[in-house]
Design a binder for this molecule. Structure first.
Ligand code: BGC
Ligand code: BGC
Length: 849
């Protein structure tokens, strides 16, 4: 390992020349040079010269590649010495979702040791670990979860953001992780985007005011404790225009002129760079048709040269594959455009070898590699990586007590109080006297997954229960504690069917959790087509009970009907782990005196019409229901009248393309995977799995793990490992009438063999509980034609003479095999048409098979 030198200690303090590289002549639009207080240290630069001179091309390329822990083994880390690695939103050390802080730290140590293993080469530079600490250290079981960014935006309190950054850095430090992929500094313009809640505001001013504060909170402040102690490397993301895509489509195209791109979407980078942010993540989106990951002008000319960003650019998850000429396993285009570190979760080995080859062939200039590695190592050394020792030896990791400390919980609770926005308070129904009889209803009432949202212990947040948040308090629990303490009475009835008539009902409702494109919507109307919660509010109102609606949401939605039906309406956003913060505002004390007043103001405009998709402060014909900046306090006396309930969206006529999805992108909510082994007879040998990975009950015969085809985790790898038969079924939780599948003529799927074809693989399609299937066949012959390691499109005919008459379908698909091999499946659909073979490259398995 390299020894730490004095350069490190002085890396941040030195007063040498500024970081500006040669500022190239610009195009028509000038981007500002961001004056950061961060100076380049000549000693550090000299040290980097020496390090680079000693490194082989292989070592340099390894620094640039970032695998993901679901796919990366310790042995691979030992072999290659990758410069960094990440855990994705669904992965925790050793596959343990509920791993403790100590387990995370142990894992960090193991990877660190593996990366510098002396048996390889004495000059290795330690690896670092990156994680999405999106709202607190939010992947980690038991962490303090702060409100998602949209709620923080409503607080409009930069100092609060700084303190949250500090607290988050401390919790990340406790687990030994060096680097956070946050903050998101998107400025969202169309709230149908599934990542709206990751944004502080539609207003660049708030994002600008916050970004630098969050960065200095996470990293430490320049001239003070920059990148020292608990300070973590921060990431401003996603550069640039992520919040401006057409129709709010995730990873879509942002159509805007360069000035708009700079003034609206780049606002956060100005202060993030000023605060010395060390990394910027490139965005999945395109700008006027060109993918950011291949955009040399924006990544190199604008960000690095003109704005003077001297940190490193990290790519987003497999995003390189969208760049012209690239695929999952190689991408000279992204590296040449200016990406320095590549997030290659799964195909990192191929990517490593391909990149080395591309340099040797002259497709990537050696100078570009040197620049990328220099940038990354500069940040690592500034952070002190060469002198801090392994994760568990660092002072800041020893302080596990900061993890979910009372101080952090109090801070999160303060943030909740500051983020709630009061839209309506007719008849001054709020605050509710804590000493009264309170009914708490709605499916968000005692539902921590719902108040936490996506990026909370799991990626989508949909597979969580309250038990996944051991230190958190639900909204109901917060209310119950305070009502009881004041001598009042509280009853929880999700459906509103109380035992004893209450004085007031607090109805907690809102969006189900989602992340990224899973959250993209077409409609702005809340519960479009299924007004369940509206019915609940009305049911209570009809009994003469005053109703306060608490709305949990990742974005403004068209809620005129719900607002009309409620006496008071509070937007709580996605408040995170501290439900008491909600109670603090809604309830007065035992004497009926207000304890905390509402301070939150809308940082996103609230729509008046159900089709008001793009609605932002400063619009030419700005006509919101509640304008940007709106938010009542208890001092306001305002009675709201009824709003129009006119709906202009007509239900889309369902165009029937004859495709019935079985497993496309993700597991449908009415399905599960079932892994069945042969260990015992009966149902005890069936493991029901709704997470992206799992293993058969004997812990061995068959394992499942998510893999990526076109999207994240849109495929499943099935790994057999026993001489006995084991099967993986894609099962309906409730069986479905076979008549629902009467149009199906073929099954289409993507399939990848990992090694050569197995000795045997059988498939059942549309099977009932007795394992009678519409079609049962051996795929062995078809598989023998497939080249391992690449995805193939396979089609299985279903409309065959010998198909059985199944009445109720329990399993859509059943794959059974034995031996030791693995394969991956994805994009499985039934189609009403069979394709004609070879033309499309599809492997057709006809009826004769
Ligand atoms: C990962 C997340 C990742 C997401 C990307 C998931 O498969 O678990 O960490 O961010 O894909 O969209
Ligand atoms: C997301 C990023 C995230 C990364 C790693 C991506 O899909 O877009 O925001 O940092 O996954 O989890």
């Amino acid at each position: 390992m390299l020894a730490a030198t004095a350069a490190q200690a002085t890396a941040t303090a030195s007063q040498s020349e500024t970081i500006a590289e040669t500022k190239t002549q610009s195009t028509a639009v000038q981007w500002p040079y961001v004056n950061t207080g961060l100076k380049r240290d000549p000693e550090l630069e000299k040290m980097l010269d020496q390090i680079l001179a000693r490194m082989t091309l292989e070592q340099k390329v390894a620094q640039m590649i970032q695998p993901e822990i679901g796919y990366l083994s310790l042995a691979q880390m030992r072999k290659y010495g990758f410069g960094s690695y990440l855990n994705g939103g669904n992965t925790a050390p050793y596959g343990k979702k509920r791993a403790s802080v100590e387990v995370w730290l142990k894992y960090a140590d193991e990877m660190y040791q593996a990366s510098i293993d002396a048996s390889q080469d004495g000059s290795r530079i330690p690896t670092i670990w990156g994680t999405d600490a999106m709202h607190g250290h939010s992947n980690v079981y038991g962490a303090t979860l702060f409100p998602h960014n949209i709620g923080l935006g409503a607080a409009n309190d930069p100092d609060l953001i700084h303190r949250i950054g500090v607290a988050t850095a401390k919790e990340v430090a406790a687990t030994g992780i060096e680097w956070s992929f946050a903050p998101t500094v998107a400025v969202v313009r169309d709230d149908r985007w599934g990542r709206t809640y990751e944004s502080y505001s539609e207003d660049p001013a708030i994002v600008k005011a916050y970004a630098g504060q969050m960065v200095s909170g996470l990293q430490g402040s320049l001239g003070k404790n920059f990148l020292q102690g608990y300070g973590r490397i921060a990431t401003a993301k996603h550069f640039v225009g992520d919040g401006g895509t057409e129709k709010g489509i995730d990873r879509g195209d942002t159509l805007i002129d360069e000035q708009g791109l700079r003034d609206i979407h780049a606002a956060g980078y100005m202060t993030a760079i000023e605060a010395g942010v060390q990394s910027v993540m490139a965005s999945f989106n395109s700008w006027n048709g060109v993918r950011l990951h291949g955009h040399k002008y924006l990544l190199t000319e604008v960000l690095k040269n003109q704005m003077g960003f001297d940190g490193f650019v990290v790519s987003d998850w497999n995003a390189h594959k969208f760049v012209e000429g690239c695929d999952l396993e190689q991408c000279a285009g992204a590296i040449n455009a200016g990406v320095d570190v590549l997030m290659v979760p799964e195909h990192f080995e191929a990517f490593y070898h391909n990149t080395i080859r591309q340099v040797e062939q002259g497709l990537i200039p050696q100078a570009r590699i040197d620049d990328a590695v220099r940038r990354f190592l500069r940040a690592k050394i500034r952070w002190g990586l060469l002198g801090r020792g392994k994760p568990s030896e660092r002072i800041e990791s020893g302080t596990a007590a900061v993890f979910n400390s009372q101080q952090h919980k109090d801070l999160a609770r303060e943030a909740v109080r500051k983020s709630l926005v009061l839209l309506k308070n007719n008849g001054k129904v709020l605050p509710v006297a804590a000493k009264s009889r309170v009914l708490v209803a709605g499916d968000g009432a005692d539902n921590i997954p719902k108040q936490a949202g996506g990026w909370s212990v799991s990626w989508q947040g949909t597979d969580n229960t309250n038990a996944d948040f051991p230190n958190a308090t639900s909204v109901y629990q917060g209310i119950a504690q305070q009502v009881k303490a004041a001598g009042g009475e509280v009853e929880l009835a999700v459906d509103g069917k109380y035992r004893k008539k209450p004085d007031v009902a607090l109805v907690v409702i809102g969006e189900e959790p989602y992340a990224e494109w899973f959250g993209d919507i077409q409609q702005l109307e809340y519960q479009h087509g299924d007004k369940r919660d509206l019915a609940l509010i009305k049911q209570l109102k009809q009994q003469g009970i005053p109703v306060v609606t608490v709305f949990l949401t990742g974005r403004p939605l068209w809620t005129n009907k719900e607002i009309n039906a409620s006496d008071a309406f509070v937007v709580a956003w996605l408040p995170g782990s501290e439900g008491q913060g909600v109670a603090d505002l809604l309830l007065s004390d035992a004497e009926g005196k207000t304890r905390y007043d509402f301070q939150g103001k809308l940082s996103f405009s609230w729509p008046k019409y159900d089709q008001q998709f793009v609605l932002n402060k400063g619009d030419a014909n700005y006509d919101p229901l509640f304008a940007y900046g709106y938010g009542l306090s208890y001092a306001d006396h305002k009675e709201l009248g009824q709003f129009s309930e006119q709906v202009s969206v007509v239900a889309a006529s369902s165009s029937d393309d004859g495709i019935q999805p079985l497993f496309v992108r993700n597991l449908a909510s009415d399905m599960a995977w079932v892994l069945t082994d042969s260990s015992v007879a009966g149902s005890e040998n069936s493991a029901l799995i709704t997470t992206p990975y799992g293993v058969s009950t004997d812990g061995n015969s068959l394992a499942m793990q998510s893999v990526n085809l076109s999207y994240q985790e849109d495929g499943r790898q099935l790994r057999w490992n026993s001489t006995a038969q084991a099967s993986a079924s894609l099962r309906y939780l409730k069986s479905v009438a076979a008549s629902d599948f009467s149009k199906a003529k073929a099954l289409r799927l993507s399939l990848r063999l990992d090694q050569q074809a197995p000795a045997e693989l059988n498939l059942g399609v549309l099977c009932d509980q007795q394992a009678v299937c519409q079609r049962k066949l051996s795929l062995t012959k078809a598989l023998a034609q497939l080249k391992p390691g690449v995805w193939h499109s396979v089609e299985v005919a279903l409309d065959c003479a010998d198909t059985s008459a199944v009445k109720q379908v329990s399993d859509a698909l059943v794959f059974s095999s034995s031996g030791q091999h693995s394969l991956a499946v994805a994009e499985m659909v039934l189609t009403a048409q069979q394709s004609t073979a070879a033309a499309t490259g599809t492997v057709v398995v006809g009826c004769a098979n």
